[in-house]
Design a protein. Structure first.
Lengths: 278, 248
């Protein structure tokens, strides 16, 4: 009797916890749609901010463009080193102190507060290398921020590939590289790509590294590497911190969340493909 | 004598897995290795194939000779692994087509000559007794094959790199009796050209196919001899106990 009561208690507890998360999520989304929904329009998506103070009217098109470019640079700068590091850790590094140190370093890097990454990128790219407040500096700052995320997700993707394949490869006397290219990497690829997309979403939503290295209140976001850009999260921050236009802040927030939602949906879909290799 | 093992000791970390092993595997014969779980049979096979050393903490002493040459002194580890073909316990189909599975190793070491690879593919599938079943779907994913077919595919894949010795680690343990029978007949055929070493848990299987049988326990060879003699008149107490089902 007591056992059944306890069981029931646990069941209720778990359900409550699960429902609570759903409730919070639905609350955030619902509120954003309610407050920001009316602002979202074709005009909002395709025009530059106008009005006085700037942003009180008009749209966020340059911010969308700026965020797109920033994420593109971040992904391009971090993907190759990230995946190569993961391949090294999983396929090449023998169990050693050195490998443990690299693993630990990557883990610690993932824990660095993003504003500290921003400060570092500011000192290195903006000042030392003379890029100025620019798209390039911001993209690289985001690249540094997402590098550990890409390493960790790619590493886990490669580790998840059936260990027996490696043994078959080794016992046939083929090289690690041949095994990697023909079997391991194609098998891990969907999970690697989904990790990269997850990292891209992380970069798109990050404000701190961008606000000290790249973002300004108004810019054309032409795509030129050495000019400052607008960015969605920073625009959002300015709109509500300066009390410029609260509805537009909610509109921008809704847009950002929708973009991330789409990115995450694609990620989930890719993850479901894993292991279905022909 | 194809393979000759002298005073082989193997450690993984601080645990000694194999103790002072002395064995010979003869050409054109099937040798079965039987013994309780954890007695070092798999480690022995993988030491001969030189993949045991991929495990963390592997150390060994003694010699394993292939045609008189110590394989642990060879610099060409890949070459040794190809000569000592290893078939794993679980049937593994690489996530490629049936044909690409068969020529996986051959493509790596023989190059890309399509005609030659096609010939290897057909010859090895025929040798493994799988050709008739798959000849019309060579480009289909190998994952679609049944367990028994996958195991014959594994054998074909090993044959394609032209081994001198075929090492099989409980190849039938996950297969049904019909597939087991097919594989046993295949092994008898292959033993006309190769040295075959078969680790098995199934004493009847050893009796059916093996010319010689080795009984191992706790990392040592307890007794060995022609299969008929071993089963009808074992000399050691432990062997008798194992064969009568007292030790598992």
């Amino acid at each position: 009797m007591l056992r059944r009561c306890l069981d029931l208690l646990w069941l209720v507890l778990f359900w409550t916890a699960g429902l609570f998360i759903l409730f919070v999520l639905a609350g955030i989304m619902g509120y954003l749609v309610l407050r920001g929904g009316p602002v979202l329009s074709w005009e909002f998506l395709t025009t530059a901010p106008r009005g006085l103070p700037l942003g009180a009217e008009g749209g966020v098109f340059p911010a969308i463009k700026g965020t797109f470019y920033l994420v593109l640079i971040a992904v391009f700068s971090a993907v190759l080193p990230g995946i190569i590091t993961a391949v090294y850790l999983v396929e090449y590094a023998a169990p050693s102190r050195f490998r443990d140190i690299i693993n630990l370093t990557v883990q610690c890097m993932a824990g660095i507060p993003s504003i500290v990454t921003g400060l570092f990128a500011y000192a290195l790219f903006v000042v030392r290398m003379g890029f100025g407040i620019s798209l390039l500096a911001g993209g690289l700052a985001l690249g540094i921020m997402i590098f550990p995320v890409i390493v960790v997700t790619s590493r886990d993707a490669l580790l998840a590939v059936n260990e027996q394949y490696r043994l078959v490869g080794a016992s046939l006397g083929v090289s690690r590289w041949y095994m990697l290219v023909r079997v391991i990497f194609p098998q891990g690829l969907p999970a690697v790509i989904s990790g990269v997309l997850l990292a891209a979403g992380y970069a798109a939503g990050a404000t701190a590294p961008v606000m000290v290295t790249a973002a300004v209140i108004s810019a054309g976001s032409s795509g030129s590497l050495f000019e400052p850009v607008m960015a969605l999260p920073y625009h959002l921050y300015i709109l509500f911190s300066q009390q410029i236009s609260i509805e537009r802040a909610y509109g921008t927030a809704l847009l950002l969340v929708l973009l991330l939602l789409i990115l995450n949906a694609v990620t989930l879909w890719l993850r479901s493909l894993k292991g279905k290799g022909a | 004598m194809a393979v000759c093992i002298n005073n082989l000791n193997v450690w993984l970390g601080s645990a000694q897995i194999l103790k002072d092993i002395n064995l010979q595997f003869k050409k054109q014969r099937i040798t079965a290795i039987v013994g309780p779980s954890g007695c070092g049979k798999t480690t022995l096979l993988r030491s001969i194939n030189r993949t045991a050393e991929l495990e963390e903490g592997f150390r060994c002493s003694g010699k394993i000779l292939l045609n008189g040459k110590n394989i642990y002194q060879s610099r060409d580890v890949s070459g040794i692994r190809r000569k000592m073909g290893l078939v794993l316990q679980t049937p593994v189909a690489l996530p490629l087509s049936i044909k690409e599975n068969v020529i996986f190793g051959a493509r790596y070491c023989r190059g890309k000559n399509k005609q030659e690879l096609d010939e290897i593919n057909e010859r090895c599938l025929k040798q493994a007794g799988l050709w008739e079943e798959v000849k019309n779907k060579l480009n289909k994913p190998a994952a679609e094959l049944s367990g028994g077919q996958k195991q014959r595919l594994s054998i074909a894949r090993v044959l394609a790199v032209e081994p001198e010795v075929l090492l099989l680690d409980e190849p039938c343990s996950s297969l049904d009796p019909a597939s087991t029978k097919v594989i046993e007949e295949l092994l008898i055929q292959l033993s006309r050209q190769l040295t075959v070493v078969l680790v098995t848990h199934n004493l009847f299987q050893a009796q059916r196919v093996a010319h010689d049988t080795i009984f191992m326990m706790e990392g040592t060879v307890v007794e060995r001899g022609p299969t008929g003699v071993m089963f009808s008149n074992p000399q050691k107490q432990e062997t008798r106990a194992f064969f009568s089902g007292l030790i598992w």
